[in-house]
Design a protein around this ligand. Structure first.
Ligand SMILES: Cc1cc2nc3c(=O)[nH]c(=O)nc-3n(C[C@H](O)[C@H](O)[C@H](O)COP(=O)(O)O)c2cc1C
Length: 370
């Protein structure tokens, strides 16, 4: 009862508190990289924090939402919230321990900095917020990570420990910010001075590495994750494009042998449509559906819906020839191996020498000589 009263009072205070002026100007460093604010909020306090934050930082915002709707986490002295946390703590390395969340509208792979805003439940990170971090562990590796925790009064050290366990490979931007019922109404100035202490990634140092996937006459871009596997893959592709033969499997992927191994750092991942995944060190999987397994994430195909992915990846078919490259074959819709004998010219207008590989002009048409 004491807890329920405490929470009701908190909500009332927050609801009545007058917003101090939100700065119209963004106060972040000019060269701050792409930033995503991810938050979970049950009773709305974290949402208010995010609204204040978004007025101070140029960032996209994504909300974590549970699949189960209309849950009463407050009932029976917060029993449901406590049960969810106990399930996580009993087996923290299994995705089955975490409450299911809906797909999040933004892909963390596209961002340099993640500002994560979570409520505190029973002195720990709220269970649905933990699901997001657990699911996105691999994708968040190497990102600059900043944490804001909202509680009624409890200190946040265990929430920080939870984050360190859930996303061990992030680069912390600085100390976490604690906002509680006493200072929630003063959040604008708290957030502003906290932001000035955070070391965010700058855009100049974080150009995401792209790879291209070509199937038949269509090429799509992939934003690569930053890990040892992708670094080794990029090194390999710098020598020459790689063509692999993939087969549909399980109704969610096309996959097959790369023909070489990459340094894996497998963790339990729920692969999503568009994910490019390394499986067992030497196989590549391109997802048009979803599957949970111990994988290393290589990247994500940019901007295609699940149904567009099914078409592009030839879902359901076998022996699909897939070429991975670092350069996009520009201006060419149809790529074919060319073995004809009329004179070919490089794009610089000089005759292509014997053994030349790349784009040439022959009979007024661009073709690729392989
Ligand atoms: C299940 C549950 C457990 C909570 N446990 C605590 C707690 O142990 N200590 C505390 O100070 N606040 C606790 N709270 C209060 C929240 O941390 C606080 O109200 C927070 O601002 C909620 O953020 P939200 O409105 O974005 O959901 C709890 C809230 C819920 C729903």
């Amino acid at each position: 009862m004491k807890h329920i009263l405490m929470l009701l009072t908190a909500l009332l205070l927050v609801g009545c508190s007058k917003e101090s002026d939100v700065k119209a100007e963004v106060t972040q460093p000019a060269d701050m990289g792409k930033t995503l604010i991810v938050y979970y909020s049950y009773t709305g306090n974290c949402r208010e924090i995010v609204n204040s934050l978004a007025a101070l930082v140029k960032a996209d915002v994504a909300e974590v939402q549970t699949v189960a709707e209309n849950q009463d986490y407050n009932a029976n002295n917060y029993k449901l919230g406590n049960d969810l946390l106990n399930a996580i703590n009993a087996n923290p390395e299994s995705i089955d321990s975490y409450p299911a969340i809906k797909p999040v509208s933004r892909d963390a792979a596209d961002y340099d900095n993640i500002i994560f805003v979570t409520p505190l439940w029973h002195s720990q990170m709220a269970a649905p917020a933990q699901t997001y971090l657990f699911q996105n562990r691999a994708m968040l590796a190497g990102k600059h990570f900043a944490l804001i925790v909202s509680s009624w009064s409890s200190g946040i050290s265990t929430v920080v420990s939870n984050a360190r366990r859930l996303v061990p490979d992030v680069t912390w931007a600085g100390d976490a910010l604690w906002i509680n019922h006493n200072n929630h109404s003063n959040r604008n100035s708290l957030i502003e001075s906290w932001l000035s202490t955070q070391q965010f990634q700058t855009s100049s140092t974080t150009m995401a590495q792209k790879m291209y996937i070509t199937i038949d006459d269509r090429t799509e871009a992939v934003t690569l994750a930053d890990n040892s596997a992708t670094q080794a893959l990029v090194t390999k592709l710098q020598t020459a494009p790689v063509t692999v033969t993939l087969n549909s499997s399980g109704g969610f992927e096309i996959w097959g042998a790369l023909g070489f191994s990459l340094p894996a750092s497998d963790t339990q991942i729920i692969a999503q449509p568009g994910d490019v995944i390394l499986y067992n060190s030497s196989n590549i999987c391109l997802f048009y559906g979803s599957n949970q397994w111990s994988y290393t994430r290589l990247g994500k195909i940019d901007n295609l819906t699940a149904s567009e992915l099914s078409t592009f990846l030839k879902a359901g078919e076998s022996n699909i020839s897939v070429t991975l490259s670092l350069d996009k074959p520009s201006g060419i819709n149809s790529v074919r191996a060319d073995h004809s004998s009329s004179t070919a010219y490089t794009l610089h207008g000089t005759p292509a020498q014997e053994g030349y590989q790349g784009i040439v002009i022959r009979d007024g048409k661009k073709v690729v000589v392989q």
